[in-house]
Design a protein around this ligand. Structure first.
Ligand code: ATP
Ligand code: MG
Length: 261
């Protein structure tokens, strides 16, 4: 795929495809990753490729939970690294929480490729200006972000195979897990451990979306800078009563309304 012109009406969608095909060529993705992205794209088309009001509310709720957490962790798979590594590292720097690579089809090659990419992006982000409104030494905050996953020392109970491997300093002992593009089985196993699960999933009907504590029905690249904004600027310490099913229904209603247009 050649250069994507900025003027293209679906620039972001084309950019997502470009980032994913490049990540696949770099050995960061399982074969099924592009299929999973395609499923997301179909739902995003129905959403009008925009952040809807219910997603915006879910992002603020997520920022509140992540800031209140005793131990927050950002769990990433290949697609999340390919699409949003820089913003996720910025979020981790603001929260001073670790990022854990936790992939479904774990191979040493893919883990190494993802780990190297995250470390490279961490250096790039540490040399940038701090996000507007953030105070402190940005370079130190970013350099301090720990990247876990290469040496898992624990397992998620009630989950089979290598996808259950995780780190005690990350997922195993976290109370709040932000996990874009999670799988339904793993989301359920982590919920059963009593964790608060914040997921990003364009499919409001997926098992992940229905089971999570907070579901953000939005495209990952589009929502990540908004989450960062809320992490830096949102001051509320309250947890308003959150009805995830009602919020999901509102996102689904946006898609269904478009079918009537
Ligand atoms: P579940 O395992 O929860 O039952 P699934 O098996 O249908 O869902 P997976 O293949 O496990 O889905 O995960 C892909 C999910 O991620 C899809 O629901 C898709 O909508 C969503 N998705 C893919 N790309 C993105 C993206 N860029 N932003 C947000 N969501 C995405
Ligand atoms: Mg699945």
């Amino acid at each position: 795929m050649g250069e994507v012109p900025l003027s293209h009406p679906r620039y972001n969608s084309l950019m997502g495809r470009k980032l994913l095909t490049e990540a696949a060529a770099d050995g960061m993705l399982a074969d099924s990753a592009l299929i999973a992205h395609g499923r997301g794209e179909a739902y995003d088309y129905l959403l009008g490729e925009a952040t809807c009001e219910s997603a915006r509310t879910a992002i603020t709720q997520s920022a509140i939970l992540m800031k209140q957490a005793k131990r927050c962790v950002i769990s990433v798979n290949g697609n999340a690294v390919a699409l949003a590594a820089a913003d996720l590292i910025r979020c981790a720097a603001v929260l001073q929480c670790p990022i854990e690579i936790n992939i479904y089809y774990r191979t040493p090659e893919r883990m190494t490729a993802l780990n190297s990419r995250l470390k490279k992006v961490r250096i790039e982000v540490s040399n940038e200006e701090a996000p507007t409104g953030w105070k402190g030494n940005w370079q130190t905050a970013v350099s301090d972000v720990v990247i876990l996953g290469m040496n898992p020392d624990s397992r998620i109970p009630n989950l089979e195979g290598p996808r259950a491997n995780c780190c005690a300093d990350g997922i195993l002992n976290a109370d709040v897990i932000f996990v874009p593009l999670e799988d339904g089985d793993r989301c359920e196993a982590l919920m059963e451990m009593g964790k608060k699960m914040i997921v990003v999933d364009l499919n409001p009907l997926s098992r992940t979306a229905r089971r999570a504590t907070v579901t953000i029905v939005d495209e990952l690249m589009r929502m990540a800078p908004i989450l960062l904004f809320d992490l830096v600027n949102e001051v509320s310490n309250e947890t308003p009563k959150w009805d995830n099913r009602a919020n999901l229904d509102n996102s689904l209603a946006v898609m269904l309304r478009r079918l009537d247009e």
